[in-house]
Write a protein that binds this ligand. Structure first.
Ligand code: DQA
Length: 140
């Protein structure tokens, strides 16, 4: 399968940022493990801190890949535009969060993306991404 992982704002700082919540591992290190674990899949990765760049990438790959794993970071809680982009493409999109957004501040309980995505995986640390890959394998 062709799977695209998209990370949104501040997720480039994983391993350095609020390590009590997001852990000590960089995403690049975690991704290396994913590549090794799933050699049968073509996994691409894109990170941006810009809403428009995330939308552009959803448009560019959203008709060509088999699935997208999307952690839109804080845009999850604000972006109707990203939600509309998810609705506009043909690839199924799984919403992912490292932390359990439902157990944090009230504003993190709101997801504009959840309704547009085929499912959500939240709260399992970086393992949320692997669980999303396991989930999309079953969509085939
Ligand atoms: C996050 C949760 C968001 O609320 C937050 O803004 C992030 C990371 C997560 O993966 O837990 O940047 O998406």
């Amino acid at each position: 399968m062709k799977i695209l992982i998209i990370n949104g704002p501040n997720l480039n700082l994983l391993g350095k940022r609020q390590t009590d919540i997001y852990g000590n591992r960089s995403f690049e290190e975690y991704l290396d493990g994913l590549y090794k674990q799933y050699p049968q899949h073509q996994i691409d990765y894109f990170q941006s801190n810009c809403e428009g760049a995330i939308i552009d990438r959803l448009h560019a790959d959203g008709f060509g890949v088999d699935a997208i794993v999307l952690n839109a970071g804080a845009y999850t809680h604000t972006s109707i535009a990203i939600a509309d982009a998810v609705r506009s493409i043909s690839a199924p999109v799984v919403e992912v969060h490292i932390s359990n957004v439902n157990a944090r501040e009230d504003y993190r309980r709101v997801s504009y993306l959840a309704e547009a995505c085929c499912g959500s995986i939240v709260g399992f640390g970086l393992d949320s991404y692997r669980l999303a890959i396991e989930a999309v394998e079953r969509l085939k």
